[in-house]
Design a protein around this ligand. Structure first.
Ligand code: HAM
Length: 429
């Protein structure tokens, strides 16, 4: 068939088989997040463009190249959110949440939009789960956020993950870091690509993250960022690492990890999968200046977000847990009008009792309905023929052995529950 409409490039539908994996990720995320005391926040998908320009940063790829921005009918400049941190910080201020006891912990699951070049693990609409903690600069808060992140991935059964961690320091450290990068690259700056030169001018830190081989070679000798940290920044970072050691979170120091947002200060981290970090499964960091830059009081904060599509794709390939789905346990077979009416009532009673039920109301012959019961993989069938409809009984058929038993309809739920295998089973494959 030549379908006339299709999803936009980089966007995708999620059909039931995959949606079960999404739900597994979402439920696992919330189980862990609520244990760590996170409440849920939901924010609008559209915000003022200025919010993202100010927080994510005008010079970042995300704002510079990837935002879905447009003027609405009242001529306001608006954008689909490319991430959630800016929106959550905006909401924190808008609702005076800084007046509540701190630290304040907010979690979310949300779709985000980035006009990236679509490729494996990179979509233009994608889902994130995320955590944000406002109002504390304590290293223990960094460590607990990373621990909650780690527990989420671990609970999903994902293995061979690593936490890549680094510290970008506060502004004083950052100046020294920028200087070291600019000094090291000065002799070769004019030979670099236009993009790299722009980065070096606007946001020298980001150049460490470049995939350009020439830039990578040129930056190979830059001393690790942590060598440039002030004492206070280094103490903060060391304390975070000590807490992580205490609970056995296996982190790797990554002196080149800088992340693609302007709002980060001090701790930054990413979760890398087995693939060797080509695609990060999640990332985050401290953003101690963001709330004040948005016009609020001085409010240190830290957060993270995980990429649901990338995690689902690992789970689907068998690298972690499988979702639980409710199988069809009883196939209802009805013959004739009276039976059809009765069956409808039975759908209500059986499903309320927790049984998975399927039927084929349009079919009349018993043979075709039995065939469908087989195809649905139902272990039991409940047959209501004309005679049974009249005397208020039903025939329970074991679909494997073919054994049948007639039971009075008032007792049918009890009989089925006794015979039905476990209400939920792991999916195959
Ligand atoms: P991010 O690193 O841009 O951070 O995104 C977090 C995760 O979302 C990535 O590690 C990746 O798994 C997933 N992701 C990002 N872009 C795409 C895409 N185009 N397609 C599929 N998955 C994607 C943030 O968004 C920050 N807001 C995290 C944070 C929260 N920092 C502090 N608080």
């Amino acid at each position: 068939m030549d379908a006339r409409f299709q999803t936009l490039r980089g966007m995708h539908d999620v059909l039931p088989e995959d949606a079960a994996f999404y739900r597994l990720v979402e439920n696992t995320f919330w189980e862990v997040a609520t244990r760590h005391g996170f409440g849920e926040i939901r924010t609008p998908v559209l915000e003022q463009t200025e919010l993202f320009a100010r927080s994510v940063g005008e010079a970042t790829d995300i704002v510079h190249k990837e935002m879905y921005s447009f003027r609405d009918r009242s001529d306001n400049e608006v954008s689909l959110r490319p991430e959630m941190t800016a929106s959550v910080a905006r909401a924190y201020l808008e609702h005076g949440l800084h007046n509540q006891p701190q630290p304040l912990k907010l979690g979310y699951i949300a779709n985000n939009y980035r006009y990236e070049r679509p490729q494996a693990g990179r979509y233009r609409e994608f889902e994130q789960f995320g955590l944000e903690v406002f109002g504390s600069a304590e290293p223990a808060v960094d460590a607990e956020l990373i621990l909650a992140t780690w527990q989420t991935y671990e609970s999903l059964g994902l293995k061979d993950l690593s936490v890549q961690i680094n510290s970008l320091g506060t502004e004083a450290s950052r100046q020294a870091i920028r200087q070291a990068i600019t000094d090291t690259l000065a002799p070769v700056a004019s030979t670099l690509s236009e993009d790299a030169q722009r980065q070096l001018r606007d946001n020298p830190l980001r150049i460490l993250d470049s995939k350009d081989p020439q830039v990578q070679a040129a930056t190979a000798n830059i001393p690790p960022l942590i060598d440039h940290l002030t004492d206070a920044d280094r103490d903060h970072f060391t304390a975070v690492l000590e807490y992580l050691d205490q609970v056995g979170v296996a982190y790797e120091l990554n002196p080149r990890l800088v992340r693609g947002f302007d709002y980060y200060t001090r701790t930054v981290f990413e979760i890398w999968g087995e693939a060797g970090g080509q695609v990060a499964l999640g990332g985050g960091g401290r953003y101690d200046k963001l709330v004040s830059e948005l016009g609020g009081p001085d409010t240190p904060a830290i957060g993270m977000a995980g990429g649901v599509e990338r995690i689902v794709s690992l789970l689907k390939e068998g690298h972690g847990r499988k979702p639980l789905v409710q199988d069809v346990q009883v196939f209802l077979i009805q013959l004739g009008n009276e039976a059809r009416k009765l069956s409808f009532e039975l759908v209500d009673r059986l499903t309320r009792a927790g049984l998975g039920v399927a039927s084929a109301p349009g079919k009349d012959s018993i043979r075709s309905q039995l065939k469908m019961a087989d195809r649905a993989g139902a272990p039991l069938a409940l047959i209501i023929g004309q005679k049974e409809a009249l005397d208020g009984s039903g025939i329970i058929r074991d679909m494997i052995s073919g054994m049948q038993e007639t039971v009075p309809l008032p007792d049918v739920v009890e009989h089925l529950l006794k015979r039905a295998p476990g209400v939920v089973k792991a999916t195959k494959g």
